[in-house]
Design a protein around this ligand. Sequence first.
Ligand code: ANZ
Ligand code: ZN
Length: 853
Amino acid sequence: MLKEYNFKEIESEWRVWWEQNGSNHTDINSFKPKYYCLDMFPYPSGSGLHVGHLRGYTLSDVWARYKKMQGHNILHPMGWDAFGLPAENDAIKKGVHPSKVTKDNIAVFKKQLRSLSTCYDWSREISTCEPDYYRWTQWIFLQMFKQGLAYQKEMPVNWCPSCKTGLANEEVVNRECERCGTKVERKQLKQWMLKITQYAERLLNDLSKLDWPERVKEMQASWIGKSIGAEIIFTSQSQITGETITIPVFTTRADTLFGATYVVIAPEHPLVKELTKPESKSYVMEYIASSIQKSDFERTVGDKEKTGVFTGNYAVNPVTNKQIPIWVADYVLIEYGTGAIMAVPGHDSRDFEFAQKFNLEIIEVISPDGYPSSETHLSLESPCSPLTSPQTLPPLSSPQTLPPLSSPQIPSPLTRGDKGGLQSAYEGDGILINSDEFNGLTVEDGKKAITKHLEIKKLAKFDIRYKLRDWVFSRQRYWGEPIPVVHCQKCGIVPLNETDLPLLLPDVKKYEPTGTGESPLAGIPDFVNTFCPKCNEPAKRETNTMPQWAGSCWYFLRYIDTKINTLPFSPKVNEWLPVDMYVGGIEHAVLHLLYSRFFVKFLYDIGALTFDEPFNRLFTIGMVHRNGAKMSKSKGNVVSPDELLEKYGVDTVRIYELFIGPPEQDSEWDDNGIEGVSRFLKKVWRIAYENLNESFVPTPLMDKRRHQIIERVTSRIEDFRFNTIVSALMEYTNFLSEQKEVDKNSIETLTLLLAPLAPHIGEELWQKVLKKKNSVFDQKWQSFDKDKIIEQEVTIAIQINGKLRGTLTLPLDSTENEVMEQAMKEANIEKYIINKEIKKKIYVKNKILSLSI
Ligand code: ANZ
Ligand code: ZN
């Protein structure tokens, strides 16, 4: 008797059953091997989750269930990244207090995730804006402060005029605020900083320990940006005291020192005033004022025209002893290296562009084959236009004749300009030329030799620099963790006593940003005015709050025991972490994923943890697109899961989420595709209820197919090829549906393999059709027999009325029916039999099928 596939009925039935059985509860102390499967917790925005967001949550849920069936004790928790700009902006838009908005949004998110029947252990839910939680975020900050890793600094920050707050470099994308898209400005502010740079080398090196997508590791490595090079000293004269002053520059190309024809210092360089000739002062100062307004991005991006001014002063090139002009230009950044460079226009395209614009000397010192590109180097002697350089030009040194070459060769036309001279900077590898005693060395040897040569004279040293900057850790906003320090006139910055944590975020009416560079907390006298924990005199509280990322840097440590209130995390954290599988978006490659690693390394260093990497394995889930654009509310192409769940049920939606494409890639949401998945589950249902015959003995082919599907699904799950698992199961289901009767083993296998993807139908078939006790998720994952999956094939001749009409390649031991069925699918054979009565069939197994018609 066919019972209809009524997903509503079975889905609500099993959901209640799982809840009553505590199926998703994790016993931290179980003896089974642990497995920590974690999703990046969401920030609960106002618009709820769309089907694009649900893709990752579905995937991690399938993975968690699969690992459970493999015998692991699964920790699969969920929580909320509740502090920070998104919630606050949403609150301001709605005119509702952020705490209320956050609570409401969390309720919506939670309902949505539950409706997907994700197997989260909700008893471990956390929210970063709860005092019980942020108390420990503040505690970690205090530990960093005590270790000298949190400090204050006056600095130009990226300022979002719309969010009215400073942003970290990582939060600025294409010089726009990552959150709201407004163009970022520069503003001088006193900021709290975290010394993440102290961990640069370890953050870089330890990437090799991680089973992460190469792409993410590369993104982190280039964000950390290690450069091996040298610091080289150029000397000049102070225009104030007349004394010799040194200008250290950082270079990765010490080999090109003979080609350094000018020096550039950043506009913010502390020596600017001292180096500038009095008569150049006015325009130099004017230039500086205009350039410090620009963001680093505007200053350094390639397609922007280079600007700069000549200081009127010269420096000495330490190897040539030539006087070379000192310029101020904003393509040199104060925060990198030493804030000053030796410019080598022959071999650096930025310098080349600059030198061409301002008529500066270009000397070729590296050549691919050891031969110069022309007899004379390029030296523009025409005076440059008054439009581009209002300042006096440095005298150009006279063109040098190149040393004669020992064995003349014909220059390769590929690397040489037709008119002679460099047509552009040559940045490739090669041999040193025009470099006196160093001629003939390779680039690599040249770097070493020149640096060593100057090292003896104390004019150079080998040096390593990182692009990574310290983390701007304060925001001038309301909705964040208050920074737990006070400012005392007598004692300076004083941390709160740990026992006084949490420092509660005061409940206020006015939480809009002030735009003055001060947090709204500064306007609350009750909060601001306090007493110094050290001397008890009146003091003022810090009013900046922590950034969005603070709470998410360590939340994964808290899940082990979310109630503990004597420590930030349970000591069992060392048994349960690192996280075994972390699933989330690639957009977190350099923000959250780097900050979390930093926090964990710090906690390791102070002895709070025994491991120093938070996430062993990372899976980055691709975005869902629709109508050619990334699914997002602003694009108006969002599909809400609610309707689909109502129409098709949870199991179908879950499977479709996985079916749309390879999970690590962006995939297009096809509104019609879900129908096919729905038909698939109905077919599974029908086979189980209609075709199952418990006493039926499966054919060898059925047995083989059963082993094959176990192998296929298992290996594809292991490789995270979830979309192809679905297609394999569909294929298998089609195969079973072609059999008149299906044995119990086949249905059991299908049920067990399908259950992690479609938990309700899995549980239903397991308990109702196969009449098992216990949950399907308490079963062991199926194993297969290696010998049985080998596809042995034979060629079978098809004879009709004594004539050979074709051959078929089929699995060994195919039955007569299977051969017949296949024969009917071959047009060449079918045409002889269609609409004819078959009078006689003789089948010789694995050899021939002979038909008489
Ligand atoms: C001379 C030179 C010759 C350079 C040459 C490059 C090529 P990475 O690899 O990114 O570390 N540089 C140093 N400090 C800078 C600053 N504060 N702002 C802008 N540019 C700076 O790049 C190192 C190179 O970037 C350095 O090596 C320096 O230019 C420049 F054929 O020195 B180089
Ligand atoms: Zn004090």
